[in-house]
Ligand binder design. Structure first.
Ligand code: AMP
Ligand code: ZN
Length: 698
């Protein structure tokens, strides 16, 4: 495309400048699309660069005319101090997994039962599952307005400025678009770009990324968008978030609309009629996998009809209408050099296999987990052995076993240490447990540092700049001994803190950024706080459960103290929470019974930390059946039993199997039996199906 005759810059009027900027924005966007979406550029790189230079020159002269969709915004604005948080209007969920054909057939059977459709084929869209990171893109009146990472699913990070630098991302949608629309997709990196990036990092003496997925994530989460702009990130769009009007009736149709708006949609996606076609597609992709230019770890099947997706809804963290059919793990053989012992934050001694580096499924692996003492003995793994290493998706590589016949003569079995390699304290292994633990407590540097690192990590306090190395430094120098010290760092004498400057490039700027990042985390939701405490067995999901159940830190503490009485109400209540078993409950109560843990929490509060009470979602709490106990009996007409149960639960009701005095409603379908009679006997409200539907709609 030949550019229009150029007017010399100094002769350009405002009107002409505005008109030319508009033309350049459209033209450059079109070339981006041709280049990236169609792999069919129509101009040379030099001509393309000339267009961008012209655009930049005009903008430099008329800065107030810079357009929101200007191509220059794609190479970055000024660096931000830290990412703002974004609460997702609709949660960004994960996917259930299927590992073999039978799992997929069961997935389909569940859908049939739920929707009560015995006969016909269900249509699915099958798409490769890209191994990148998912993002939510918000468009307002067809313009890109905000982009966020998935984060923990309910809250992500605002990476708008960085996403603007992605050429696969349309800043303005082609053709009519809803007033509000969220498009979801995957940011990823081509394997070849990942290797080139690592190569240049190696040359620059910078740490390398472990795999394309990490390098994509690392590149997107840069505080300086100019760095993101320099990284070859790509984007496939594949899902709809919140939307102000109907844009399609099926997923397949939606993918088509995405293409029309200017998104890149995976060209391998296919509409499959019935589960057999979907499985055939999976086998086809599995065979193609090695030839694809990017990493995938499975195929996602999605029920095509949006109205069915809607009815199917969600179970805890994943939709019922989709599943990820994973590929079998990839394996390779290599030599085990030695076994190292790592000490975790709970003092657990974990054996790690140090390997001759080997490529497994496109990723270089040099370490793998050996889990524990018994595992080493059971598999009879000895230093010097040739071992089979396995990598499946995101998980840490594992040692599957030893290659028989390749053992060098004289290879000795590994003796597991009974002394902590970090602090020299005795390491004990209680009867019946698989794990050996250091008894050094917080005087063991490994435990102290690991706990602090966990405290500051992504899904806990999420303090940028407090990774492993820095935590270790701050701990060793005595700046930070307990979590509360993190929040007192700003009070430390600047001169002392400046000592950091001599350490690994910690300049004044980096210190400022760290203090700023810490400052932005002085308020934290209860669930994250509980997770950050690093209580044994209490992961994110359990922390959320506890937050939902107890509501506030005060209530949780009181309950945990009362629960020390194993005959009391508080202990029984704790055990009644679905998802909390006896051993977890014990770890929880023990944690709050230890003085130094209580002191650490008090100290945090004294340092000015605010722990936010858990806020209940508005939906269920305000519904007419929230908190009520419902029993369904007989055959329902409008929906299957599982669907009825799911709907009730989504509205905050508890669905029970049998009628008791605690039951609020019994919903009777056709041919109801003894339950209806029992309800009448106990004086429980009995509703027919219509009355029930009316109740939940009202
Ligand atoms: P997981 O986190 O493993 O449970 O799987 C859910 C994630 O799969 C999503 O958050 C996306 O990041 C990713 N994903 C990759 N490709 C697709 C796709 N075509 N459709 C949906 N999710 C995908
Ligand atoms: Zn120790």
């Amino acid at each position: 495309m030949a550019g229009s005759p150029e007017i010399e810059l100094e002769h350009l009027s405002r009107e002409q400048a505005a008109a030319e900027l508009a033309r350049l924005a459209a033209e450059i966007a079109e070339h981006d699309r041709l280049y990236y979406a169609e792999d069919a550029p129509r101009i040379s790189d030099a001509e393309y660069d000339a267009l961008r230079r012209r655009n930049a020159a005009i903008e430099a002269r008329f800065p107030d005319l810079i357009r929101p969709d200007s191509p220059s915004l794609r190479i970055g604005a000024a660096p931000a101090a830290a990412f703002a948080k974004v609460r997702h209007i609709r949660p960004m969920l994960s996917l259930d997994n299927a590992f073999d054909d039978e799992d997929v057939r069961e997935f389909e059977r569940r859908i049939r039962r739920f929707l009560n459709i015995p006969g016909d084929d269900i249509a699915y869209v099958a798409e490769p599952k890209i191994d990148g990171l998912s993002i939510n893109l918000r468009y307002e009146h067809g313009r890109f307005a905000q982009g966020a990472t998935r984060g923990d699913g309910s809250e992500g990070e605002d990476v708008t400025a960085n996403l603007r630098t992605l050429r696969d991302l349309p800043l303005v949608l082609d053709g009519p678009a809803p007033a509000l629309m969220e498009v979801r997709g995957e940011v990823y990196m081509l394997r070849q770009d990942f290797l080139a990036l690592n190569e240049s990092r190696r040359r620059a003496g910078e740490p390398e990324f472990a795999n394309p997925r990490n390098s994509a994530a690392g590149s997107l989460r840069q505080l300086d968008p100019r760095i993101t702009a320099s990284r070859p990130l790509r984007l496939f769009a594949y899902a709809l978030g919140e939307v102000s009007e109907t844009v399609a009736g099926t997923h397949w149709e939606f993918l088509d609309r995405l293409r029309g708006w200017g998104f890149k949609v995976n060209p391998l996606a296919r509409l499959c009629h019935g589960v057999d076609e979907a499985l055939a597609f999976h086998h086809h992709i599995a065979a193609e996998r090695a030839h694809l230019p990017y990493d995938i770890d499975g195929v996602v099947y999605k029920v095509d009809r949006f109205d069915w997706q809607e009815r199917l809804g969600f179970v805890s963290r994943a939709p019922r209408w989709a599943t990820a059919h994973k590929f079998p793990a990839e394996q390779a053989q290599t030599v085990l050099r030695r076994i190292e012992i790592q000490v975790g934050r709970t003092g657990a001694l974990t054996p790690v296999a140090i390997l001759e580096p080997i490529t497994v499924g496109g990723v270089v692996v040099s370490r793998a987990t050996l889990h524990n003492e018994d595992e080493i003995r059971r598999k009879d793994v000895r230093p010097g052995d040739t071992v089979i290493v396995q990598r499946a998706g995101d998980v840490i590589p594992q040692i599957v076993g030893v290659v028989p016949g390749k053992r060098p003569t004289g290879a000795e079995p590994f003796t597991f240490p009974t002394i902590c390699p970090e602090c020299g304290a005795h390491a004990e292994r209680p009867e019946g447990e698989a794990v050996r633990r250091c008894t050094g407590g917080l005087t063991c540097p490994a435990q102290a540092v690991e706990r602090l690192r966990h405290f500051a990590s992504r899904n806990a306090f999420d303090i940028e700049g407090l990774g492993e190395e820095n935590v270790e430094f701050l701990w060793r120098e005595g700046f930070v001994r307990g979590p509360a010290d993190i929040f007192r760092l700003a009070e430390i004498d600047r001169a002392r803190l400046q000592r950091l400057e001599n350490y690994k490039g910690w300049g004044r700027r980096k210190i400022d950024n760290l203090l700023h990042a810490i400052d932005s985390r002085r308020t934290i939701p209860l669930d994250r706080f509980v997770f950050a405490l690093g209580i044994r067995q209490i992961g994110e999901a359990t922390a959320k459960l506890l937050a939902r159940h107890y509501g506030s830190l005060g209530a949780l503490r009181t309950a945990m103290t009362e629960a020390r009485d194993r005959d009391g109400e508080a202990w029984r209540h704790l055990l009644s929470i679905q998802g909390i078993g006896e051993s977890m409950a014990k770890d929880l109560v023990d944690f709050f019974a230890e003085d130094h843990n209580v002191a650490a929490i008090d100290d945090l509060l004294a340092a000015g930390l605010t722990v936010e009470d858990h806020v209940r979602a508005a939906g269920p709490a305000s519904s007419p059946v929230a908190g009520k106990t419902v029993v369904f009996t007989g055959t329902l007409q409008a929906m299957s039993r599982p669907e009825a149960k799911a709907r009730a639960e989504a509205l905050g009701a508890k669905v029970a199997g049998s009628v008791s005095r605690n039951t609020d409603y019994v919903v009777v379908g056709a041919d109801a039996g003894s339950k209806a009679a029992k309800a009448r006997e106990l004086g429980v409200t009995v509703l027919d199906e219509d009355a029930w539907l009316e109740l939940i709609r009202g």
